[in-house]
Design a protein around this ligand. Structure first.
Ligand code: SF4
Length: 315
């Protein structure tokens, strides 16, 4: 049987996108949309339909590697090759082998963003070993707050997550920047910040990066902290901490402008979800998120919640 309608190969890479922390970052996404151990209330990708805990092999590593190779050889400026994207990268068993292959291909440093939930597993720490930078997140140090913010898979316990981070730090020779997403009235109390500080002293990351909810979250009740409270918390945590809230940039290049025009034109025809826009524009959802964010801040579009889904529509 011949297929007249062959689907295009999935693009696993996006960018390089300029980012404040990593410079020009080539994003590598190795998971099907929203494959995660958690269901964070602030997730930009919306709610997790189902939480995964079992590591599996997703996609063909040769195909992903070929896409990375092409981007690296294109001569674009790339400061980091960064695993992030549609979910938790350590859920994919090809992560470790892929990092090793990238290391043979280029000297560009490799970063991995992870939610830390699987670091207690020796094979996950092993997979991350060759990375240059790991940015693990930790938003809660009590089970109660962990459950409320990160809505983890039932088998996950925050004590194990913290222990996994400690062991990983001891074994890992690269840089470790611990990211904390602060959510108003959920993990920002002075008592919780004090406990967080004690936990950070045990984990010993190179830096602590404080973020807050600046992009449309999965749940409307996940609210950001104001600048003043962010500064206070930074002060309480000491010199190891910095604020990294990624506010959208003012200046724009022509490609950005064209994509924003295309998004607006689409939304004028009908409201759309993130997935609708990603599919129709053929660009990665992490990129679409940045454009939507920008349009929202400029007051051109808004987010509305219909049942389980978030829709974007013009103002
Ligand atoms: S860990 Fe990341 S991808 Fe997973 S639910 Fe939380 S924010 Fe979303």
């Amino acid at each position: 049987m011949t297929h007249t309608h062959r689907s295009k190969a999935i693009s696993h890479i996006y960018g390089p996108v300029p980012s404040r922390r990593l410079g020009y970052s080539l994003g590598v996404d190795i998971l099907p949309f929203k494959t995660c151990t958690l269901d964070c209330i602030y997730c930009q990708l919306g709610r997790s339909r189902q939480k995964d805990i079992k590591r599996k092999s997703y996609f063909c590593p040769e195909e992903i590697l070929a896409q990375i190779k092409e981007a690296v050889e294109s001569g674009q400026r790339i400061n980091y090759i960064t695993f992030s994207g549609s979910g938790e990268p350590t859920l994919n068993t090809i992560l470790g082998p892929l990092i090793r292959e990238i290391k043979k291909l280029t000297n560009i440093p490799v970063a991995v963003l992870t939610n830390s939930s699987l670091l207690k597993k020796a094979e996950v720490r092993e997979a991350l070993k060759k990375a240059d930078l790991v940015v693990p997140s930790l938003d809660a140090v009590t089970q109660d707050i962990f459950t409320r913010i990160n809505r983890p898979h039932v088998s996950l316990n925050v004590k194990d997550v913290i222990q996994g981070l400690q062991v990983f730090r001891q074994e890992f020779s690269g840089k470790m920047w611990l990211e904390v997403m602060l959510v108003k009235d959920l993990n920002d109390s002075p008592a919780h910040i004090q406990k967080l500080k004690e936990t950070i002293a045990l984990i010993k990351p190179d830096k602590v990066q404080l973020n807050t909810v600046v992009r449309p979250p999965a749940e409307g009740f996940a609210q950001p902290l104001d600048q003043e409270r962010m500064e206070e918390i930074r002060g309480q945590l000491g010199d190891i901490a910095e604020i990294v809230v990624d506010f959208p940039k003012k200046e724009q290049n022509p490609r950005d402008k064209n994509i924003q025009k295309a998004i607006l034109a689409y939304l004028k025809r009908r409201p759309a979800t993130l997935t609708d826009l990603t599919t129709s524009l053929g660009i990665h959802n992490n990129e679409v998120i940045k454009y939507l964010d920008r349009l929202r801040k400029d007051g051109k579009i808004r987010v509305v919640q219909h049942s389980d889904q978030q829709y974007y529509e013009p103002y």
